[in-house]
Write a protein that binds this ligand. Structure first.
Ligand code: HEC
Ligand code: HEC
Ligand code: HEC
Ligand code: HEC
Length: 447
């Protein structure tokens, strides 16, 4: 029961071949280690999930409440199955060379590009080369593999190690750990980005939507998993991204022996854009004058728009604290950390309220109005904030569409969303005023 040092693509292909054999044997849970009675959960490897009678069917199943072809969807379409391969791609190779590390064997890379296994043991069937596979999101399966194939509501699968991926807060924690940063080595520093790693962009609802779907949120699903609507996932994701950012930043933003702060927590485009175009403009939540590097406050700014509708006092408080955050970032490390902690506490209260909040169509329209209001006021003048505002607007508009409340939306909203996305097309040539004008138009048509 040990982690094999070298996991190769060849080994992975061999395992895929193994599935074919298991398909013939026909049994769903026939791995010896599936019956393990270890007290602690352990990782058994995604291959155990991929037999044809389990999740490895070629086509969607017409019976039961799951699709059964989840494995193929993941293997053929989901980037998570390629996340280990990314480490050996030309770009992965280049990043490794620039940093002087071997990506497939360095926790700075495999902590996010493979199923994270720090917490529990791995068994022989597990191979790192699967990338982020079923257990990377659904949790180590040794103890629940057998139990989850038998409908028995008295068994608590979560206690056996299954991760509650449907629950918005747990999903937020899961996805953000890799898509923003998490524990230990789950962090992309500016050095890694300068070595070639792409900038991370994430929004929980949007990314849940674009991950190739291996489940269908139909009526049956919604009945089994209440309070997991997309809009609740979105709101939860905003608050949690703000919190996770503050937590990571307060831990890593200033290294004691260094003159320079960790730049990964700053708005990249305050430094990275042509000096020929002047982007700077005043904004309410930024008391710093021109020519200052700014902490990335994109998730916080969207959270403020959400809170204006959910809890207006909290919105005012967070808004004041964002201004304070920027001021403190120039002056005082202790004050900065204390401001970050204060914001985090306030956001915890807000997070606690989301589960009970009713996102009625009118409330959703109000949040959209707050986004457009802040947008026309120039709040989203940084590229990262603009990106988040545009993703937020799309989620909110889609929510009203799907719930059949189009009367709350302007008639030409599709064109307006297209226009929003167009302002983000070239990050080197982003013009904040263009987005501001489009936001003003949206606000006008919603009043
Ligand atoms: C263990 C780390 C990890 C976890 C957990 C994780 N991801 Fe990912 N995700 C990655 C990596 C690494 C990639 C990049 C893979 C590649 O392109 O090779 C990725 C890629 C993606 C992409 C494709 C992005 C693009 O630009 O095309 C989407 C969408 C995505 N993840 C959504 C999610 C969602 C939603 C969750 C939570 C349910 C999640 N991820 C959880 C590591 C993770
Ligand atoms: C905090 C988690 C995390 C860490 C640590 C991390 N990555 Fe990534 N990496 C990601 C995510 C998430 C993406 C996908 C970005 C997106 O498209 O949104 C990604 C994308 C990539 C890509 C581009 C993949 C593609 O399909 O275009 C490469 C290459 C890559 N990472 C290599 C590395 C290397 C090498 C290391 C170690 C030096 C590393 N990564 C460390 C999370 C991480
Ligand atoms: C990047 C994260 C991620 C990976 C990797 C992943 N899943 Fe999922 N899966 C989810 C999320 C999120 C949901 C939707 C929330 C839920 O219902 O739990 C889901 C839903 C499901 C469902 C539907 C559950 C239900 O009750 O309807 C099944 C079945 C499933 N996944 C199986 C798999 C299998 C098998 C694999 C590997 C081949 C896999 N998943 C890989 C994140 C992931
Ligand atoms: C305080 C200013 C500052 C901030 C903020 C900043 N960077 Fe940098 N970045 C630099 C400097 C300085 C260099 C080194 C340039 C050189 O070596 O020519 C650099 C280099 C880079 C490079 C390599 C460019 C090259 O041509 O070699 C990339 C990529 C990069 N940064 C990405 C980012 C990303 C992504 C962010 C946001 C998460 C970010 N930077 C935030 C100042 C900054």
């Amino acid at each position: 029961m040990s982690c094999k040092g070298k996991n190769s693509q060849a080994e992975f292909s061999f395992n895929v071949f193994l599935i074919a054999i298991l398909v013939l044997s026909g049994s769903c849970v026939n791995f010896a280690h599936a019956q393990s009675d270890t007290a602690e959960p352990a990782f058994i490897g995604g291959m155990s999930c991929g037999t044809s009678t389990c999740h490895g069917a070629r086509v969607e199943s017409s019976y039961g409440n799951i699709l059964r072809n989840e494995f193929n969807t993941w293997y053929e379409q989901d980037p998570h199955s390629q996340s280990y391969a990314a480490l050996t791609s030309p770009l992965g190779d280049q990043i490794g060379k620039n940093l002087g590390i071997e990506p497939t064997n360095d926790s700075k890379c495999i902590s996010c590009h493979t199923t994270p296994t720090q917490q529990y043991e791995v068994m022989d069937g597990f191979t790192r080369s699967e990338g982020v596979s079923c257990e990377g999101c659904h949790g180590p399966a040794s103890l629940w593999l057998k139990a989850h194939t038998v409908p028995d509501s008295s068994v608590d699968l979560v206690k056996l190690g299954m991760f509650p991926t449907a629950d918005p807060q747990n999903r937020g924690k899961l996805c953000l750990s890799c898509h923003l940063g998490g524990e230990g080595d789950q962090l992309i520093t500016h050095k890694m980005m300068a070595a070639g790693h792409p900038r991370l962009v994430f929004e929980l609802a949007t990314f849940s939507q674009i991950q190739p779907a291996h489940y269908r949120a139909d009526a049956d699903y919604r009945a089994r998993k209440p309070r997991t609507e997309e809009i609740r996932v979105w709101a939860t994701g905003q608050i949690m991204a703000s919190q996770q950012f503050l937590r990571l930043a307060s831990e890593h933003i200033s290294m004691d022996d260094s003159l320079f702060p960790e730049l990964t927590f700053y708005e990249c485009h305050t430094c990275h854009h042509s000096v020929d175009t002047v982007r700077w403009q005043t904004r309410k939540t930024n008391p710093l004058g021109p020519g200052r590097v700014r902490i990335n406050d994109s998730a916080l700014l969207i959270s403020i728009a959400l809170l204006k509708v959910m809890n207006s006092e909290s919105a005012i408080l967070i808004s004041d604290l964002v201004s304070k955050l920027h001021k403190d970032s120039l002056n005082n490390k202790d004050e900065l950390t204390s401001t970050m902690n204060k914001m985090n506490q306030e956001l915890s209260l807000a997070l606690g309220q989301i589960n009970d909040f009713e996102f009625s169509p009118n409330q959703v329209a109000k949040i959209l109005r707050e986004i457009s209001n802040a947008g026309m006021g120039g709040e989203y003048s940084d590229f990262s904030s603009a990106e988040q505002a545009v993703m937020a607007a799309s989620v909110l508009v889609n929510n009203l569409y799907r719930s059949g409340n189009t009367e709350l939306l302007p008639k030409n909203i599709d064109d307006e969303l297209d226009d929003f996305y167009k302002t983000l097309e070239n990050e080197d040539d982003f013009r904040p005023r263009r987005l501001q004008t489009k936001m003003r138009k949206l606000k006008g048509s919603m009043d």
